[in-house]
Design a protein around this ligand. Structure first.
Ligand code: NAP
Length: 257
């Protein structure tokens, strides 16, 4: 890669993407691999993760998988140590694992609240804490936290998720403030609505689909591949002076009244 495009070259960089056995995480991981990164996939389900690693190889990207639950500090530490043994470092961490449990806030159970907050918010902190000391020792790194339109707005029945994703936005800024001095850039990506297993119930609801399209200037759902440019940019030296920024990839949703 020559000239200005070398700014985006990730050749040899090790990228750990949490929650990448399916959905947006898998597609972003493949994009990072296509930019040259050595990809480490993650999820909780071993069989699903093995299949994801195989699919990645089928697309010409050699990847490894590490099983851990981002809610479990011990599992994360073990998984990250496993990556260090196999690749010696982690240059890029994408905190992508997330879940959505819908319900009116008047009725949402404490258990559902805890699951969503633990996975979507605490998991970002715990995984980053496992990775950052080695980044500091090596003189830098890149962390990208996956936010959401719900980092800025809520809809009926999405309050728990909005509380967590709003937290991820501010955690991103706080991490950027704490770690910029170590040459670690922490930023966020806020996807609009993309079709995955998480959003399938919404896509299959004609009323939601019509509302969402009419509310989005681009008048369509996002294609997961459309997140790749943003993730490669924020993972590469092209973004070395960008800290604590949330890049919304949303077809203009947040720009519109
Ligand atoms: N799809 C959208 O339109 C959209 C929009 C905005 C933001 N997002 C965000 O983008 C991220 C990915 O969403 P998605 O739509 O791709 O979801 P998805 O299709 O449901 O995939 C979620 C992935 O996360 C893994 N995962 C779930 N809980 C985990 C845990 N505790 N520890 C480790 N891995 C875990 C899942 O694998 P296992 O089940 O094997 O663990 C799976 O690989 C999430 O943070 C989501 O909030 C999505």
């Amino acid at each position: 890669m020559s000239g200005v495009l070398s700014l985006f070259d990730l050749t040899g960089k090790v990228a750990l993407i949490t929650g990448s056995s399916s959905g947006l995480g898998w597609v972003m991981a493949r994009g990072l691999g296509r930019a040259g990164a050595r990809v480490v996939l993650n999820g909780r389900d071993t069989a699903k993760l093995d299949a994801a690693v195989k699919r990645m190889a089928g697309d010409g990207i050699p990847a490894i998988g590490v099983v851990f639950d981002v809610c479990d500090k011990q599992q994360i530490q073990k998984g990250v140590q496993d990556v260090f043994q196999r690749h010696r470092c982690i240059d890029i961490l994408i905190n992508n694992a997330g879940i959505h449990l819908r319900g009116d806030l008047a009725e949402i159970s404490e258990d559902a609240w805890q699951q969503v907050l633990d996975t979507n918010l605490k998991g970002v902190l715990l995984t980053s804490q496992a990775v950052v000391p080695a980044m500091i020792e090596r003189g830098g790194g890149k962390i990208i936290n996956i936010c959401s339109l719900q980092s800025e707005r809520s809809r009926p029945t999405t309050g728990t998720y909005a509380a967590a994703k709003g937290g991820v936005k501010m955690l991103t800024k706080a991490m950027a403030v704490d770690w910029a001095k170590h040459n670690i850039q922490v930023n966020g990506i806020g996807p609009g609505y993309f079709l995955t297993s998480m959003t399938r119930p919404l896509a299959e609801d004609p009323q939601f689909d019509a509302w969402y399209r009419s509310r989005t200037p681009a008048n369509r759902w996002g294609y997961p591949e459309e997140l790749v440019g943003a993730v490669v940019f924020l993972a590469s030296k092209a973004s070395n002076f960008i800290n604590g920024h949330i890049l919304y990839v949303d077809g203009g949703f947040l720009a519109a009244m």
